[in-house]
Design a protein around this ligand. Structure first.
Ligand code: SF4
Length: 365
């Protein structure tokens, strides 16, 4: 028998139902299979006792669960963050992060191997671009984190550790950020399909309000998101409030200039009636002065916006220091004077290089 040609995690529920119909089976079997996988976390055909043998045999011949094996994992010293190095079928690797905050757990998912955007302070950008991830590879990251949370991960030691956690027994993945390796809007179709699968109400059912996608400012993608009325949060990495300053940190600002980016953001807000989260990496002496804060204030004043300030996380390829707490507070106060709410992101997972802008993998040999 030849190996199954389809990855289950590439399929939406409608596609799975359509496949069943093409094979001559009622949709109810496909719906049961879907809930076995996404509600009960099963991947072994033998566990799926309620599937009729003929349908199960056909599905097993055609479909495979391309899970991502853990090549390495690191736990932060404070216990709040875990970083997984996951292996892809072509031996490339990606990183996926589980972050615990008070009362919630969030998965930070990658959308590409490497990144073409080249933000100078970002370890993924310093790697360059290797390839887009498939829908199935994006979904499988979320399923990996969900399996860890359910304590049914293949790694027995890890499963045991999770089962002994006070949070573990009934925990499911409920929060997702597409802020891992890669620019999600550069891989638009695969990312959107993956989000659709993860939001499916009869599956993992992650609510749109608990999903945030972060872009460096890919204007065509922002317009498309607005036109398609995608119901999740959008974060836009700004980092500089003038064209010249932004270009120094975010090279793709040359292709998608600040003025045009602001037009696209206003269009998105008007169409979606939804605020944009602007991300600002605070780099000491580079973009953290009072003057910089006023420039941000003038740029965003009047927009339905929130600014997330992220003190720089160290990477090997960028020589810079994070802004200190007092300067960050002063920056926040100036933004508040312009009516702009802001937060200073909690620094998590820095000791295992799992913070914002720190994800990277070695090139395959
Ligand atoms: S910050 Fe995001 S868009 Fe920029 S290089 Fe890193 S992964 Fe790519």
């Amino acid at each position: 028998m030849s190996a199954p040609s389809l990855n289950f995690y590439d399929l939406t529920r409608d596609e799975l139902l359509a496949l069943a119909s093409r094979w001559g089976f009622p949709g109810v079997h496909a719906a049961r299979l879907w809930s076995y996988v996404y509600l009960e976390g099963m991947e072994a055909w033998t566990e799926m006792a309620e599937l009729p043998a003929r349908y199960r045999g056909k599905a097993e011949a055609e479909l495979a669960f391309h899970r991502l094996d853990t090549a390495d994992e690191k736990h932060s010293s404070d216990g709040f963050t875990r970083k997984y190095l996951l292996a892809l079928a072509d031996h490339r690797q990606i990183e996926t992060v589980l972050m615990r905050y008070t009362g919630r757990v969030t998965a930070c998912i990658s959308s590409q191997v490497g990144c073409a955007m080249g933000c100078v302070f970002c370890a993924t950008g310093q790697m360059g671009f290797m390839r887009h991830l498939t829908t199935g590879e994006i979904v499988a990251q979320a399923m990996h984190i969900d399996a860890v949370l359910r304590g049914t991960h293949a790694d027995a030691a890890l499963a045991q550790a999770d089962a002994s956690s006070p949070h573990a027994r009934h925990e499911r993945l409920r929060n997702l950020v597409l802020m891992g390796m890669g620019e999600p809007l550069h891989n638009y179709d695969s990312v959107m399909k993956a989000i659709d699968i993860l939001r499916d109400p009869s599956g993992l059912s992650i609510a749109g309000k608990r999903i945030t996608l972060s872009t460096v400012g890919v204007i065509p993608g922002i317009i498309r998101l607005a036109d398609e009325s995608r119901p999740f949060h959008l974060a836009v990495s700004l980092h500089g409030a003038t064209q010249a300053e932004r270009e120094m940190l975010v090279p793709v600002a040359k292709k998608w200039p600040l003025d045009a980016l602001m037009d696209a953001c206003r269009y998105y807000i008007a169409k979606q009636q939804r605020r944009i989260f602007y991300e600002w990496t605070l780099i000491e002496g580079k973009n953290d002065s009072a003057e910089n804060a006023h420039a941000v204030g003038r740029l965003l004043q009047g927009q339905l916006a929130q600014v997330n300030l992220i003190p720089l996380n160290p990477t090997a390829g960028f020589d810079g220091e994070p802004t200190g707490r007092d300067a960050a507070k002063r920056f926040q106060q100036i933004l508040a004077d312009y009516g702009l709410p802001s937060t200073v992101r909690q620094r998590r997972g820095i000791d295992i290089a799992a913070g914002c802008g720190q994800l990277a993998v070695a090139k395959p040999r």
